[in-house]
Ligand binder design. Structure first.
Ligand code: FES
Ligand SMILES: [Fe+2]
Length: 448
């Protein structure tokens, strides 16, 4: 990191006062209460450190959903930062996360996305490992004299915990329990899970993967951002408005600062946008959904078959109307799980997983899938264009700062609830300030 040990603060700009004088701490120079330095998005040494400390180190990181591992010996291949990892169930169903990195000479031992396997044989020289990581054996072991199998197991993620199906892992054996770390985000995750009448959520097998040429944090900056939809998603909003003025997301275009939608800063880097107050009563999620092929016929059929339950069922075919961001890589958007996968300082993959739920007729889950095609197809490309264009803008070295000061000095926007959660206008950039606080803790190696 070459940046910013210079004692001379940059000059004042049209955007605000000059930053505070540099302090002894490298991160407090780069992250101030209202701004972050561009190099957090462009410097590959920062990225390398993040991959150790944010997607490892002391942090909990989202790995997978239990429904992706439906039975004993199931596995799914994922990344924990840059570490290739296999999340497995052992023969009794216990969860593990093992590095997909042969203990011999580093080749990946598993090249499949998912499946069932009691063991993995490395394709390079044939070493075989149990799905819990222990070395079973190496071909022609006499070449090693005494082969110490204990020494040559796969590296494991030492703590793996599930919160109601959401599997998290940490390299920190002393990390607090995952539900404690989720903290106030749990209430929102519970709401999302318990929309299912049986609390069963199933991640569908295929995923929708999108790559963009930008830093992973740009996705996180955007996930809690209620400021951009009116502008970034204008074409989508205009299409919705043509179908009636109250269609989904069109409310972002109407003075969102004093509207009923709010953003909550939940602590530990987590935040949520709550769009639900815009809706009123059973059936209103459905009523405000954007156009969908076959929608009218589907509604008729649900009403004919389910009578009084129809409104509730129709709402379950539509997104949860919350955007929950769980630091550092899990975004719950509508009914979908989006995983942020950093690949390089300026390269990221976003993976969308559609979900279905238990306790509803199949036709509701079928329509739910149709609803989940909507935003990734019509909205996400707008966001990704912003991420790429922000990364292009960040290449200008003389313009040093990225601002996250919206709402900071707005009188009466923020209120602190009894549990310490901060509630504010949906366009407040508090979600960025909140997660950068957590980011700094992690980069400093804090264990909490
Ligand atoms: S690298 Fe795996 S057996 Fe040699
Ligand atoms: Fe967006």
């Amino acid at each position: 990191m070459t940046l910013h040990n210079s004692p001379a603060p940059p000059p004042a700009t049209a955007w605000g006062p000059p930053p505070a004088p540099p302090s002894a701490d490298r991160w407090s120079d780069l992250i101030q209460h209202d701004r972050v330095h561009r190099t957090l998005y462009t410097d590959s040494t920062v990225f390398d450190e993040e991959m150790v400390k944010i997607f490892g180190g002391q942090s909990w990181v989202y790995l997978a959903h239990e429904s992706q591992l439906p039975g004993p010996n199931a596995f799914v291949s994922i990344r924990m930062g840059l570490r290739p990892v296999i999340v497995t169930r052992d023969r009794r169903g216990g969860l593990h996360a093992i590095f997909n990195r042969c203990a011999h000479r580093a080749a990946t031992v598993c090249r499949e996305e998912s499946g069932t396997a009691k063991s993995f044989q490395c394709p390079y020289h044939g070493w075989t490992f149990r799905n819990t990581g222990e070395l079973v054996g190496a071909p022609w072991p006499q070449g090693y004299g005494e082969l110490d199998k204990e020494r040559f197991g796969l590296t494991v993620v030492p703590r793996v915990e599930s919160y109601r199906g959401f599997i998290f892992g940490t390299m920190n054996a002393d990390a607090p329990p995952v539900d404690e770390w989720l903290g106030h985000a749990r209430t929102w995750l519970d709401y999302w899970i318990d929309r299912s009448p049986t609390s069963e959520v199933v991640v569908k097998s295929a995923a929708f993967r999108m790559g963009y040429r930008g830093n992973w944090k740009l996705a996180f900056d955007n996930a809690g951002d209620g400021y951009h939809p009116s502008f970034s998603h204008r074409s989508l909003l205009e299409m919705a408005s043509r179908m009636g003025d109250a269609k989904d997301m069109s409310y972002f275009g109407r003075t969102p600062d004093d509207g009923p939608m709010k953003v909550y800063s939940l602590g530990n880097g987590h935040s949520v946008i709550d769009q639900r107050p815009v809706y009123e009563g059973p059936g209103s999620f459905w009523a405000n959904q954007r156009p969908q092929p076959g929608r009218e016929r589907f509604e008729e059929q649900v009403r004919a078959e389910h009578g009084d339950a129809a409104d509730t069922l129709l709402d379950l075919a539509i997104g949860a109307q919350i955007n929950l961001s769980i630091f550092p890589n899990l975004l719950i958007i509508g009914n979908q799980i989006q995983v942020v996968e950093p690949l390089a300082v300026d390269k990221t993959q976003l993976t969308w997983h559609a979900t279905s739920i238990g306790g509803v007729p199949d036709m509701i889950n079928t329509m739910r899938m149709r609803s989940q095609e909507d935003f990734p197809a019509f909205g996400e490309p707008d966001d990704q264009a912003n991420f790429e264009e922000a990364q292009r803008g960040l290449a200008a070295p003389e313009a040093e700062w990225v601002f996250m000061n919206r709402g900071l000095d707005a009188p009466d926007w923020q209120s602190v609830e009894h549990d310490g959660v901060i509630r504010t206008a949906v366009t407040d950039e508090i979600h960025m300030r909140g997660y950068y606080e957590e980011w700094q803790h992690r980069m400093r190696g804090a264990n909490r």
